[in-house]
Design a protein around this ligand. Structure first.
Ligand code: MRU
Length: 367
């Protein structure tokens, strides 16, 4: 997508393959800085610190991370152990988004029948690049299917302008390009549809305020930032026609783990009869996980993220404490929305109900 009219992907290789470039998302929207990740440790750090974040982007970074782990260890004495230990550390750098585990497993699978280590390294680089390309094409498809939904809601409700609420950031920054939840919005805008987006601020890290609002601004899409607590009120007052969010892990039974607060938006949408859609590329569907979603590991992050906020002051990014210095906080990063509250999943193969049979009808090879 565009930044100052130049096209960027959120992750890309240097021409000479010496580094993986990423946009430092901790600095946005105040500064646009590209960081170079040169080792697997750099990738692990970038994922943990949320330099890169968003399930599909974490997966893409993980793909490159496995390749870098191979490059880092290939000439050392105990390199086989070193490689597998590093890969394991990478795989669990953040636990909730299935994309990271999926990408690491896919990488390991791609080299399992190859004995030459130089050849393994070549395949790992190729597979990491394929993960990125596939992510982009899947997101475009999600955009196309989501656009059809937008058109049908406009028709059904006879709308002049459609108001869509989104939570967190599931835009191009959260993926390699286009985004998942924002892809239909980008396509609708391109198609000349009058669209307006309500952007949840998404405390504690404010991905909505900092990232989604910035993305929409760059694409000239009308939007307003709202506090996380506003959604219910807007829904009660007919100001939301549709909700679209992303997902970090959707179980085979259609339970949706996504950014903390998503569940409350889903409850509110359900109560107000507003369609609640989840943009879910197959890389974010955990085909192994059945059950009611309680098995999903919910990442708990540093409580400082709740006790402090950062922002711009006199052109410097500063951090301020927002509670008493002795206040204790807890910080769960995700919650699980039960399938019964989800109107549908928007996947790269089409829209389906959020249940096992419907998911497997679209992805029969995963049975
Ligand atoms: O903690 P984050 O910023 O990585 O959380 C991101 C989200 O919850 C997104 O909604 C999700 O990853 C889907 S991104 C296409």
């Amino acid at each position: 997508m565009r930044v100052d009219n130049k096209h960027y992907r959120s992750i890309f290789l240097n021409d000479d393959c010496s580094a993986v470039n990423v946009i430092d998302q901790r600095q946005l929207p105040f500064r646009f800085e590209i960081l170079k990740l040169k080792t697997a440790d750099d990738v692990i750090w970038a994922i943990k610190e949320m330099v890169v974040r968003g399930a599909p982007l974490i997966g893409a970074a993980g793909g490159f991370g496995v390749w870098l782990a191979m490059k880092d260890s290939i000439n050392s004495a105990d390199f086989v152990d070193k490689f597998y230990n590093k890969v394991n550390e990478l795989k669990w750098a953040r636990p909730t988004a299935v994309n990271l585990q999926w990408a690491v497993d896919r990488q390991l699978d791609s080299i399992k029948d190859v004995s030459d280590w130089e050849e393994k390294a070549r395949i790992l680089l190729e597979t990491a690049s394929s993960i990125c390309e596939e992510d982009i094409s899947q997101n475009k498809e999600i955009g196309v299917h989501g656009l059809e939904l937008i058109r049908s809601i406009i028709k059904e409700k006879n709308l002049k302008q459609i108001n869509i609420l989104t939570h967190c950031n599931a835009g191009w920054l959260a993926t390699v390009d286009y985004g998942t939840a924002l892809a239909p919005i980008y396509l609708a805008h391109e198609a000349g549809i009058d669209i307006h987006v309500w952007v949840d601020e998404t405390r504690p890290r404010n991905q909505g305020a900092k990232l989604t609002a910035w993305e929409l601004m760059n694409e000239n899409i009308p939007h307003h930032l709202i506090s996380d607590n506003s959604g219910g009120h807007l829904m009660q007052n007919g100001m939301v026609d549709m909700v679209i969010v992303g997902t970090d892990r959707t179980t085979l039974n259609g339970e949706v783990a996504n950014k903390i607060g998503t569940y409350l938006k889903a409850l509110s949408a359900f109560d107000n009869n507003i369609p609640f859609y989840v943009a879910a590329p197959s890389s974010s569907i955990d085909f192994q996980m059945k059950g009611d979603g309680t098995k999903i590991t919910i990442e708990e992050r540093d409580s400082d993220e709740v006790n402090y906020m950062d922002g711009l002051c006199d052109n410097e990014i500063v951090r301020v404490r927002i509670s008493h210095q002795d206040t204790l906080a807890r910080n769960w990063a995700f919650d699980v929305t039960p399938a019964r509250l989800v109107t549908g999943l928007i996947t790269e193969r089409g829209v389906c109900k959020s249940d096992k049979n419907s998911i497997l009808k679209l992805f029969p090879e995963r049975i």
